[in-house]
Design a binder for this molecule. Structure first.
Ligand SMILES: Cc1cc2nc3c(=O)[nH]c(=O)nc-3n(C[C@H](O)[C@H](O)[C@H](O)COP(=O)(O)OP(=O)(O)OC[C@H]3O[C@@H](n4cnc5c(N)ncnc54)[C@H](O)[C@@H]3O)c2cc1C
Length: 324
């Protein structure tokens, strides 16, 4: 594959809306495409024109829509086959996707089918002096940052963690919109929807302005944290220990395996401050930590630290804020 067909961004949708991660990537990809001297193409899958028109304002030169009513919800088999065909035809040099469940599924399959490299879960992207795309990934438990390039094969496929790039507001629509209308029937799909039961409440912590985050030290009492979050107008987040213990939904996990957040303020309660957790809050504006261990590493990452048992401290805050 020659790989001169531009920088492509897969703009994932959820129902009738574009997922923020695709728009975040588009914001960053404009600069990358310019540095590589290439066009920027946003690709989305679904049906209708509304989302395509919306996408046209996010900096791409072209918007491609794989347009069919059967593509309204993600289907591994159909999406992979159609994207593979588009990529083989257009020969992009780079294909960027959000590291969401569907994005990861798609990226891995495409990389195998196209016999190319996949850099997964990057937290930063740049073009180096040799005009190669470098994806940065925390490795060895967060101890190092590895810069990964895909030197020979095209496209270089990259998944980007949600929340690592700030979202840029849309401008005037400048992209040309091209609809590709594949011929499809039910037999092309790999799954059939029997019922739809959403898990969790669909919270997206990458958008939260304020967070109250609990770890093992909460002992599972997230009700107490919810009361504080309510007073602060904050969302509740958690460490992996707390989500693995089933105290809160998996989608609220912050960190290397969870989400990268950028709230204005985060109150972190009963979390030790493991590096895998810290990568998820290092972009917070102001971090307040409460831990009963004065040597807990969380205090090195915090702007304000309180040594003590979190329960009475939270209760005091809830009471005071309630009176305010
Ligand atoms: C590959 C990999 C990926 C990972 N990804 C993630 C990730 O995305 N997110 C994540 O969070 N973790 C992740 N982890 C796990 C991570 O290494 C830590 O194990 C985890 O973050 C610890 O969670 P914790 O701080 O809640 O628990 P602990 O480390 O056990 O800390 C509990 C803290 O609570 C304090 N405490 C206890 N009782 C109280 C009290 N009453 N009042 C105040 N303080 C109290 C203790 O002093 C202690 O500091 C990952 C690990 C690996 C290997």
């Amino acid at each position: 594959m020659s790989g001169s067909g531009g920088v492509w961004v897969y703009a994932e949708r959820r129902g009738e809306a574009l997922r923020p991660v695709g728009l975040e990537i588009l914001g960053r990809a404009r600069g990358l495409a310019d540095a590589l001297g290439e066009r920027l193409v946003a690709l989305t899958v679904g049906s209708g024109d509304r989302l395509a028109r919306e996408l046209a304002g996010y900096g791409a030169d072209e918007v491609v829509v794989l347009d069919h009513p059967l593509l309204e919800r993600y289907d591994t088999r159909a999406y992979t086959a159609l994207l593979e065909r588009e990529v083989r035809t257009a020969e992009p040099s780079v294909l960027l996707l959000g590291a969401t469940r569907d994005g990861q599924d798609l990226a891995g399959r495409l990389a195998v089918r196209l016999r190319t490299g996949l850099t997964a879960h990057v937290t930063s992207l740049e073009v180096d002096a040799q005009r190669r795309l470098v994806g940065w990934v925390p490795g060895f438990g967060g101890g190092i940052e590895a810069g990964i390039v895909c030197p020979d094969r095209r496209p270089a496929i990259v998944t980007v963690r949600p929340g690592v790039f700030p979202s840029t507001p849309p401008g005037a629509p400048r992209a040309q919109v091209r609809h590709v209308r594949p011929t499809l029937d039910e037999s092309d799909l790999g799954s059939r929807r029997v019922a739809f039961e959403p898990k969790g409440d669909g919270v997206d912590l990458t958008r939260s302005e304020a967070l109250v985050v609990g770890g093992r030290g909460t002992g599972g009492d997230f009700e107490r944290l919810r009361r504080l979050a309510e007073r602060l107008g904050a969302d509740v987040g958690a460490t992996r220990v707390a989500t693995d213990s089933g105290w809160v939904e998996r989608e609220r996990m912050i960190g290397q395996t969870g989400v990268v957040t950028r709230p204005k303020v985060a109150v972190v309660l009963g979390a030790s401050g493991a590096v895998q957790f810290l990568v998820g809050i290092e972009k917070a504006g102001f971090v307040i930590a409460v831990n009963r261990d004065p040597d807990a590493p969380i205090f090195e990452a915090a702007d304000l630290g309180v040594v003590g048992d979190l329960a009475p401290i939270v209760d005091l805050l809830v009471r005071d804020l309630g009176e305010a």
